[in-house]
Every structure is written in structure tokens, then in C-alpha cells.
Design a binder for this molecule. Structure first.
Ligand code: C2E
Ligand code: MG
Ligand code: MG
Ligand code: MG
Length: 283
């Protein structure tokens, strides 16, 4: 009896492996075709200065439009990373930003766009060249760009640290994204120099839950202060959260309270309307 069961298990294991391999290669082909057909597009979620509530920048977030539906990044970025195809998406995202940014800067020359990078992106020199090409565009200065990578990317890796240093030497600030979840061993990321800490939504969510917020948020704020980092809070949905963050000296935030991610056209329209207010509020 054991022999047939063993054979059966072996056969089904082989079958499952082949099936998975087929699924993966069909994903690879779909992704490559999507890049060719330009099915990716970018939305921009405004980042506000908490004190003035001015829109000082935005985070570029990729979306995939396929078969009349929009696929969220959480559903394809992890697989693209696993298949080492993420650079194809990053290239497309950066070229889309190159189209949008000059128009946005005509409205607000100081506007800053944050770009998400994956660990693979931080291992390749071409990422530095792509950022350099953005800086070569008319009106684009290093202060108009920011780069985000999750803590996952900040593990000890010579290649990553070299690319990060090159990005920083272009004058572009680097942010640790989703700070606090996962690999939050500061000792491991301590050897990289970065400028900004983005506090993950899970922590912002604790605000308003009876003291929990202070216990969780204050240590993070202390760490940031001691390392001389700027803080951006993400996933702010309620006014109470915005007030709390501002009271603790956090400068910038993003979240549905202020705005959902917008198309470049919608962002520009909004910025144009707000630019009148900005003149009146100038300090
Ligand atoms: P992230 O970098 O942490 O981006 C913030 C995510 O939070 C976005 O999800 C945004 O739409 C969502 N969000 C913002 N405000 C709120 C809020 O108030 N409430 C709630 N519930 N959610 C909010 P999205 O667009 O689905 O992106 C998911 C993740 O995919 C991003 O997380 C980022 O890690 C990754 N991603 C997005 N675009 C790119 C890209 O161009 N390249 C790479 N490598 N990764 C990207
Ligand atoms: Mg991000
Ligand atoms: Mg984030
Ligand atoms: Mg996040």
C-alpha cells in the first residue's frame, strides 16, 4: 500500500510544481505584455504639511489597468519582486513621472514627488541613471524628488548601500517606508544613511485608542528625533489623528483625510485652485 501512496504523492508533487511554474511563467508574460502595452499608470497621493495643511508633495503609486479592471499594487508588486521583474515596472513608473512632473512643477516649483523602490531597484545602477534623467528635465531639482524603500530593503547589502549613497549624493532624500512593521531592527538599518521615516498606518490607527498611541508612537518619534530624521505619517483618516500627530511635532502626513490618490490631471487641477490660497497664506 505504501508504494502506491508514495508514487501518488510524488506524482502530485511534480504536477503541483509544474502547475506553479506554468502560473509563474504566465504571470511573467502578462507582466511583460502589460509593460509593452503601457497598462500601468500612476496616481499621486498628496502629502500635506500638517501645520498649514498645504499640499507640499505626493507619493506616486502604481496601478495596473487590465481587462477593464484596475489591479492594486499589493496584488502584483510582491509577485513582480519575486520574479525579478520589478525593474520593468519601476522604469515605467519613472517614465510616467517624467511626463507628469514638469507640468506639476509649472504650478508649484517646490512640489515633491516620492517614488517607491524595491530591493532589486536598489541593487541596480540603472535606477541611479533613471533618477539622474528625471533631474535632467527642465525645472526638476533634487528637492522635487524623494525615494522610499521599506525596511526590508535596508538589510545589510553592499550593493544596496552603494546605490543608496549614490541616490543621496544626487541630493535626493531617502525615506524608510512602512516603518515599524516587520524588520524594525534599527541596528541592521543603522548603517544606512537615510533622511525620512514614514510611520506605517498600523501605528497611526492606534491614535484614539486610550493611551495606546503614546506607548507606540512616542518611542518611534524619539528614535526619529535622535537620528535627526524627518517624519511622515501615512494612512491618516481622522482629524483627531492629524491633531495628535501635529501636537507631537510631526511635520508631514498623507491619508484619506486629506486626499485619496489622484490622477496627474486631478492633482494639477487641485494644485492650481489651491495656489491662490497659498499666496494669501504666505508667511
Ligand atoms: P505604501 O508605499 O505604504 O503606500 C501607501 C498605501 O496606503 C497606498 O496603497 C495608499 O493608497 C494607501 N493609503 C493611503 N492613505 C490611506 C488611508 O488613509 N487609509 C487607507 N486604508 N489606505 C491608505 P496602494 O496604492 O494600494 O499601494 C500599496 C503598496 O504598493 C505601497 O504601499 C507600496 O509599498 C507598493 N507600491 C505602490 N506603488 C509602487 C511602485 O511604483 N513601486 C513599488 N516598488 N511599490 C509600489
Ligand atoms: Mg510608499
Ligand atoms: Mg508607506
Ligand atoms: Mg504602508
Amino acid at each position: 500500500l505504501f508504494v502506491p501512496i508514495g508514487v501518488l504523492c510524488g506524482v502530485s508533487l511534480i504536477w503541483a510544481t509544474m502547475y506553479l511554474a506554468r502560473l509563474r511563467s504566465s504571470f511573467d508574460n502578462r507582466l511583460k505584455a502589460a509593460v509593452r502595452r503601457r497598462e500601468f499608470y500612476v496616481e499621486y497621493q498628496p502629502v500635506v504639511d500638517l501645520k498649514s495643511r498645504r499640499w507640499t508633495g505626493a507619493e506616486a503609486l502604481v496601478r495596473w489597468r487590465t481587462d477593464n479592471t484596475t489591479v492594486r499594487p499589493d496584488h502584483f508588486i510582491p509577485l513582480a519582486e519575486e520574479r525579478h521583474l520589478i525593474h520593468l515596472i519601476t522604469e515605467q513608473v519613472i517614465s510616467l513621472i517624467a511626463e507628469d512632473l514638469p507640468r506639476i512643477l509649472k504650478i508649484d516649483p517646490a512640489f515633491r514627488v516620492a517614488i517607491n523602490l524595491s530591493p532589486d531597484d536598489l541593487r541596480t545602477q540603472s535606477t541611479v541613471e533613471m533618477l539622474r534623467s528625471l533631474l535632467a528635465l527642465e525645472g526638476v531639482c533634487p528637492g522635487n524628488l524623494e525615494v522610499e524603500a521599506t525596511e526590508r530593503a535596508f538589510v545589510e547589502d553592499q550593493k544596496i548601500s552603494r546605490v543608496l549613497e549614490q541616490i543621496r549624493s544626487l541630493g535626493i532624500q531617502v525615506a524608510i517606508d512602512d516603518f515599524g512593521i516587520g524588520y524594525s531592527s534599527l541596528s541592521r538599518i543603522h548603517s544606512f544613511r537615510f533622511d525620512i521615516l514614514k510611520i506605517d498606518k498600523t501605528f497611526v490607527d492606534t491614535i484614539g485608542t486610550e493611551g495606546a498611541a503614546r506607548g507606540v508612537m512616542l518611542p518611534i518619534i524619539d528614535i526619529a528625533r535622535s537620528l535627526d530624521l524627518h517624519i511622515v505619517a501615512e494612512g491618516v483618516e481622522r482629524e483627531e489623528q492629524a491633531r495628535f500627530l501635529q501636537a507631537y511635532g510631526i511635520e508631514r502626513a498623507q491619508g484619506w483625510l486629506f486626499s485619496a490618490p489622484l490622477s496627474a490631471a486631478a492633482l494639477s487641477k487641485e494644485l492650481r485652485e489651491r495656489s491662490h490660497e497659498a499666496v494669501e497664506c504666505k508667511e
